[in-house]
Design a binder for this molecule. Structure first.
Ligand SMILES: CCCCC/C=C\C/C=C\C/C=C\C/C=C\CCCC(=O)SCCNC(=O)CCNC(=O)[C@H](O)C(C)(C)COP(=O)(O)OP(=O)(O)OC[C@H]1O[C@@H](n2cnc3c(N)ncnc32)[C@H](O)[C@@H]1OP(=O)(O)O
Length: 250
């Protein structure tokens, strides 16, 4: 079965050369030597999966305010339509495979019950509410994150593992945008001050460098007004072939 699914993924690889995020960016980046060029284009999904990046009623006024601020940055200036904004909002699904062409069908074939860790609770606002905005020119991103009541660690504060999850997700999203399919190889986190449960924070990530298959990202987590530093991190992502997920070492 696994071998069959892998063959399907490899077939997709052969048919399409545009990784999702590269297609979204519309600019050419140097493809890492081992990047498989997985068939990824959210435009060609056969039916529409739920996009978790849309506002919902669990969002606090502060979450909505920061979201509106970054969302406005994504809009093209009507007085200067030829100049596209470097900012874009990323969609967010409950399975990463839904980013692939035919993703809905693949997501039913491959471990149909699996869900992305950060998007697996139906109750809105209970765990991870977040949206990622990418700045294509700066090779950076900002994630607006509101923690829910089920993420408690120290009383009244966000669990360090939940913070690590969000840092992995956001640094990984930026690395995936820049380098195609990747996996986290190394994540270093310094927790500087406790993060109040239910608060809205910003996760700022920027590309440090790309060396062959290695993409290095740095990250800072701050309060929504950026006056308080909660967490700092560095992350290393290694480009993989799809076969790597099925046990191949190529
Ligand atoms: C279907 C594809 C999906 C792709 C998804 C992409 C984007 C999707 C977008 C949105 C999805 C939404 C959010 C989620 C996004 C991301 C967050 C989740 C990511 C994860 O949560 S993922 C789970 C945790 N992750 C693992 O489960 C990895 C286990 N691990 C391995 O699978 C291997 O270990 C691997 C692949 C890392 C490397 O293996 P390998 O055999 O391919 O490569 P090799 O070992 O040769 O290393 C090559 C060069 O990296 C250097 N290097 C390697 N490891 C290092 C380390 N730790 N420290 C320092 N340097 C290191 C070497 O020194 C060498 O460097 P040099 O080239 O200079 O010699």
């Amino acid at each position: 079965m696994l071998r069959h699914m892998m063959r399907r993924l490899v077939l997709f690889q052969g048919q399409h050369q545009q990784p999702t995020f590269r297609a979204l960016r519309g600019t050419k980046m140097k493809t890492p030597r081992h990047s498989p060029g997985l068939a990824l284009s959210i435009w060609t999904l056969s039916s529409k999966p739920r996009d978790f990046s849309q506002p919902n009623s669990s969002w606090s006024p502060e979450m909505r305010k920061v979201y509106d601020h970054y969302n406005a940055l994504c809009a093209t200036d009507p007085e200067n339509e030829s100049e596209k904004s470097p900012w874009m909002k990323l969609p967010s699904y409950n399975r990463s495979i839904k980013y692939a062409t035919g993703g809905i069908h693949l997501s039913k074939l491959i471990q149909a019950e699996a869900r992305l860790f950060t998007r697996n609770v139906k109750e809105q606002g209970a765990t991870f509410e977040y949206v990622v905005f990418i700045n294509k020119e700066e090779k950076s991103c900002v994630c607006v994150f509101q923690s829910g009541r089920l993420l408690e660690g120290a009383p009244g504060h966000v669990h360090g593992g939940a913070i690590a999850t969000m840092i992995d997700t956001v640094t990984g999203t930026l690395a995936g945008f820049l380098s195609g399919p990747i996996m986290t190889a190394n994540l270093n986190i310094d927790y500087r001050s406790p993060m109040p449960l239910g608060s809205v924070v910003l996760i700022h990530c920027v590309l440090d460098r790309i060396e062959r298959r290695k993409t290095y990202i740095t990250c800072k987590v701050t309060s929504a007004d950026e006056s308080k530093l909660y967490t700092e991190a560095t992350a290393l992502f290694v480009s993989i072939s799809v076969g790597h997920l099925f046990g191949s070492r190529s």
